[in-house]
Design a protein around this ligand. Structure first.
Ligand code: HEM
Length: 510
């Protein structure tokens, strides 16, 4: 190029703009190459990152991430794409331990709570960090450890299972009727968690299969919030929210209904408690709401606490049980072993807390089922500062760091060559293999671990064992469809199309 032409180009403003963007392009390209060489993950391009492959795989994110993680020598990948935070996904237990114990928050720094769940959960326990979380955790742990609450939970469960679920299954047997087990379980857990959290009984589980506004509002809000998290470009849902259109409009309506209904219940209960106190009468309600009111918390704090509890207890255990019953219907040898155990340990009509504790093979089978189909398939935290994970992956302040129980349950490095098999025996140890092996919660991260470990883990096992043992002692459940089910990762693992089953009365030789 002649010196004249060069000085002409350099002096013209178009040329300067072109040169500027040229430098940026080269910088981004080299930065991209440098990151590809230090991190594993999907192929990236300048500017858009992995947006194209993310978009192509958006309907199979679980399998895509699992394949990428299995192919990464460190079981960690980095996904960078235009329109979303840099995301690190890991299936490495050392990383999980580091993330859950150090500088990673539930929401990005500088924001009051996460964008994705904030509209629904407000300042509930799931959605806050730091001092606010400490206060919520202390309050909730205290409530969870009271003996009277545990007794209340088992009592609520007895009624729900014996007076509602069993009669429905019996009637389906008599009429040879197909039913959707996922729907029944979800109704059961919604009734149950409303009794425990709110002291109300929506009676969703009965033969008429009624629909309830509050339950549907929770379903809608949970689904739309979960889809926000999976959107290829987050600006799209944010724009829809700002304009109040499409799915975001439905979310707004659902959230208003949830917040309004819960507020109504709080006000009514406060009045009832106040009236009783005036009359010096004993307050005999053991639900969480009544306890929180008596603790003197504000209406907003109580509302957000209760919504978080309902979300926590509503679909987690029902999702775990749905996948468990499906796996049993494909593995009659495991079912046989469980039936042997539950008939040996629980001979009476209603099973007691101690008898449930002795059902070790049932516990192992539930763990094995959740290893393959965890109710919460992934969970994201946010980096509070620049950092490095134990496997060497660099983390930048603000990055989303996701630990991935679904992928972790499928890593050969963690579970061996037979990871694909449903084999509860892998959890059994001790003489005659009668004890459940303690597995690191950072490897089996289904209930999270560390300071924010799930508060309802024990309650969830009581619920799952009670339902599974009572149903399996009386009935054989058989699925109607032969096709393997599809997991839709909403806030919890949903089975697309439900779990259609038929039931037969079991003849057990005692
Ligand atoms: C199989 C059933 C369950 C599974 C797999 C499960 C899983 C989890 C997970 C992964 C978290 C971490 C969420 C996060 O920080 O982002 C969590 C937290 C929590 N879970 Fe569960 N959960 C189950 C049942 C329950 C039940 C029945 C309750 C009771 C209502 C409950 C109450 C809670 C609470 C209060 C927290 C928040 C803990 C905190 O942030 O300090 N969970 N659970």
């Amino acid at each position: 190029m002649s010196p004249f032409l060069f000085s002409f180009l350099a002096s013209s403003s178009i040329a300067r703009t072109l040169l500027f963007f040229g430098f940026i392009f080269i910088y981004i390209t080299f930065k991209g190459i440098e990151q590809v060489s230090s991190c594993y993950g999907p192929k990236k391009y300048p500017l858009i990152g992995s947006l194209i492959s993310f978009y192509k795989n958006r309907c199979r994110l679980l399998s895509w991430y699992t394949e990428l993680l299995a192919n990464s020598p460190i079981n960690t990948i980095v996904v960078e794409r235009l329109g979303a935070r840099r995301t690190i996904v890991t299936a490495n237990p050392q990383n999980v331990e580091y993330i859950l114990k150090t500088n990673f928050n539930n929401y990005p720094k500088g924001k009051p709570f996460t964008d994705i769940l904030g509209d629904l959960l407000g300042c509930g326990i799931f959605n806050v960090d730091g001092e606010v979380w400490h206060a919520r955790r202390k309050l909730a742990s205290h409530e969870f450890t009271t003996k009277s609450l545990r007794e209340f939970i088992v009592k609520a469960l007895n009624t729900e299972v014996h007076d509602r679920l069993i009669p429905i299954l019996s009637s389906s047997n008599k009429k040879k009727k197909v039913f959707d087990m996922q729907d029944l379980l979800s109704r059961l857990t919604f009734d149950n968690i409303c009794k425990i959290s709110l002291g109300t009984d929506p009676c969703l589980l009965n033969e008429e299969m009624p629909s309830a506004e509050l339950a549907s509002a929770f379903d809608i809000a949970a689904e739309i919030s979960a889809r926000r998290g999976m959107a290829p470009v987050s600006a799209v849902w944010k724009l829809k929210r700002a304009l109040g259109v499409g799915s975001e409009k439905h979310l707004k309506v659902a959230v208003e209904l949830i917040h309004g209904s819960i507020m109504e219940i709080i006000k009514e209960r406060k009045k009832k408690i106040h009236d009783k106190q005036m009359e010096m009468m004993k307050i005999d309600q053991n639900d969480l709401l009544s306890r929180l009111i008596q603790g003197g918390h504000s209406n907003e704090v109580i509302r957000d606490m209760v919504i978080s509890f309902i979300m926590a207890g509503k679909d987690t255990t029902s999702s775990a049980l749905t996948w468990f019953f499906w796996l049993l219907s494909c593995n009659p040898n495991v079912e046989q072993e469980i039936v042997k155990e539950v008939t040996m340990h629980g001979k009476g009509e209603q099973i007691g807390y101690q008898e449930l504790k002795e059902m070790k093979f049932l516990e192992a089978s539930l763990c094995e089922s959740m290893r393959l189909y965890p109710p919460v398939v992934w969970d994201s935290k946010h980096a509070a500062r620049d950092d490095k994970l134990p496997d060497g992956t660099p983390v930048r302040k603000g990055d989303r760091v996701t630990y991935f129980p679904y992928g972790m349950g499928r890593m050969e490095r963690l579970w061996g060559k037979d990871w694909e098999e449903f084999r509860p025996w892998r959890w059994m140890a001790g003489d005659n293999r009668k004890e459940v092996v303690p597995v690191s919660p950072y490897k089996f991260s289904v209930f999270q671990a560390g300071p924010r470990v799930c508060l309802g883990k024990e309650m969830a096992f009581v619920q799952m064992k009670y339902v599974a043992a009572t149903v399996l002692r009386r009935f054989k459940l058989r699925r109607v469809d032969d096709q393997p089910p599809v997991l839709v990762p909403l806030l919890t693992s949903h089975m697309a199309g439900g779990l259609n089953m038929m039931v037969e009365e079991r003849v057990v030789e005692l």
